[in-house]
Design a protein around this ligand. Sequence first.
Ligand code: HEM
Length: 584
Amino acid sequence: MVICCAAANCSNRQGKGEKRAVSFHRFPLKDSKRLMQWLKAVQRDNWTPTKYSFLCSEHFTKDSFSKRLEDQHRLLKPTAVPSIFHLAEKKRRAGGHGRPRRRDTGKASAGLRAQASDPVDGKAAAGSPSSSSASPMAKPEPRKLKRATPQGRTAARAARETAGQERGRQPLEGRAEDGPASAATSCSQGEAGTGAEDAGEEGATPADRGLVDRSGVSADDFTPPGSGACKFIGSLHSYSFSSKHARERPAVPREPVERKRLRRDAEPGCSGSSPGPEKGPAQSPPRACPSASSSLTATPQKPAQGASAPPTDVTPKPAAEAVQSEHSDASPMSINEVILSASGACKLIDSLHSYCFSSRQSKSQVCCLREQVEKKNGELRTLRQRVSRSDSQVRELRQKLDQLRRLSLPHLSSLLPPGREPPKMSPVVEPLSWMLGTWLSEPPGAGTFPTLQPFRYLEEAHISHVGQPMLNFSFNAFHPDTHKPMHRECGFIRLEPDTNKVAFVSAQNTGIVEVEEGEVNGQELCIASHSIARISFAKEPHVEQITRKFRLNSEGNLEQTVSMATTTQPLTQHLHVTYKKVTP
Ligand code: HEM
């Protein structure tokens, strides 16, 4: 894997001779606050770093580094934030995301580089403290040393322990920042470098991308359009994508896979310059390909590795293996532990996403529900207005009805409780039920008699019952023009039970009291005066005979025809009126 600088407009990568003094430092993926500072400084759009993303030392001020006491190796301070970039060049480029390859190693940045790293010449690349001291990873890789001589193993273990202790004081990415040596050894992995260069464009190797693809995790997955919060959460998520991958493939042990992949990546790269027959790691440097040996971060093997080791046994540690050793051998935290830790972070980030999405979804639902509620409230207001109008109409009708009742049956209306259910009609008067109701003359009644000028009149006929076996009636005539009350009479209509014989009893305002009897047949009642009495001072001519006929015509209107005989006139029709029912 070739380690490339992820900064825009920076072409620094491992293996470039002139960059030997350049160290490479991982992004502080586990320190979100500092990571955001890094990302803000890098200013790469739509890009998220992975654990294989590096920034070279050129982007840090000189005071960003410290020297390790024991060997003066350069370490990036835990609080360091990159600040030196050539962003203007990036902005001039269309497309923007990719990192342009710098053909010229850069006079423009030379000064800055001078601030960020010590000048290095070829000797330094071979073993100057400035190149090798940038990282404890410059030491022989511990796992390699296990295959070496016992002395070498012992020395390696000591070195590893020292490094481990140092790393234990550093955050995880701080260990990754151990830079130069790991970068150099990464370059020694040969053909993997091709992929690594590609990955350098995006800050991840193809294998890394594969992890992303397999896990299905990308920033876009968690970044709804226009959601700044989700972009931020998504960027957090992508930092721990590998752990998410591990989480989605829990059956596959992460660490072995990692090792397997790294070995596969590493071995072919060095096969081209095969060290020859396997005579043991100590005799045949397994990954000392030419490019690696010329790497600016190549670190000579320390004498502690064993005197028997030839000079070519200076084995730069492959970056990938360095990473592996960081997580599995030298680090107090295995890669699985890191993954599990990151997985926990992923869960936390997932919960943030879930909250973010559910919150927005809930807000959207609340908006929809609010609109529906407002719409329903509008409909409810309309209905209430209609009900209110209907109530008002009902009140008006009840007032009219009460008024009519007072006019017709003032005493009864005042005595009967308002709104009381009508009494059940006696079956005795059932044959006369067609007469029930309040009727108004329509057209006006016609009055005739041989001694009189024809006249018109208005009349209300109110025929009712109160549950008794009789009907109550009242006829009230009014002048058609002046509405002045005229003739009035009231009384009862009775039926002889189980017969159609009807008795009609009436008292008139003219001083006449009379009884008429007759029969009801269907919807016609014919009666004739049975007895007539009058007051002593009744006006003459006195009526001596009265006949009436009530019928319900084919149009549902009630008709009444009255004939009379007086002391001067034979039985002659006096009245005829047709009523239309106005209430039941
Ligand atoms: C069954 C009921 C009624 C009887 C028995 C009755 C009887 C009489 C009699 C005996 C007369 C006098 C006739 C004459 O002078 O030769 C009369 C006149 C008259 N009746 Fe009737 N009548 C009755 C109903 C009505 C009704 C309902 C009206 C309607 C307004 C009415 C209006 C008149 C008028 C306007 C006169 C002429 C002026 C008058 O004498 O006051 N009558 N009626």
